[in-house]
Ligand binder design. Structure first.
Ligand code: DQA
Length: 151
């Protein structure tokens, strides 16, 4: 389906709801995916959700999405701060990317301040909790509408 958005989540995000809830909140990944699905449907988009605890799994998901999706919302978890390989994979993804973080990494430890994703992202949403994913879908939908009307 060519109006599909990839919603990609990285390591440990499968534990949302129980993992450090004081930082990441009590909303589960399933809840977030449902929120994304509703928000996407309102904009006439579908979503494909992938979560992997493995760097290669995330890269494979990006490769698979190259020809089958129109944009991506990505929270790469800790790979945000370490993965040059994911950065390179995303450079080969020729659609808008919105980087999302539930927490604000810039207000946390210094090792979270650098992102390998930000240079390839059209927008970055951090610190808005689970709502950040909904905003990301909305921003992506708006960018896609603008691209369509420019064609
Ligand atoms: C995170 C922030 C990262 O630093 C951390 O490693 C995560 C989650 C966030 O959503 O706030 O796993 O991406």
């Amino acid at each position: 389906m060519m109006n599909t958005v990839l919603v990609l989540n990285g390591p440990n995000l499968n534990l949302l709801g129980v993992r450090e809830p004081e930082i990441y909140g009590r909303t589960t990944l399933a809840d977030i995916e449902e929120m994304c699905s509703i928000s996407a449907a309102e904009a006439g988009l579908g979503i494909r959700c992938v979560q992997s605890n493995h760097e290669g799994g995330l890269i494979d998901a990006v490769h698979e999405a190259r020809e089958t999706t129109v944009g991506a919302v990505i929270n790469a978890g800790a790979y945000t701060h370490t993965s040059l390989a994911l950065h390179d994979a995303l450079k080969s993804y020729d659609h808008p990317i919105i980087e999302v973080h539930l927490s604000n990494p810039h207000a946390r430890e210094s090792f979270r301040h650098h992102s390998y994703l930000s240079p390839v992202a059209a927008a970055v949403i951090a610190g808005a909790g689970a709502r950040g994913y909904v905003h990301a879908i909305e921003i992506l939908a708006e960018k896609l509408r603008r691209t369509d009307s420019a064609e």
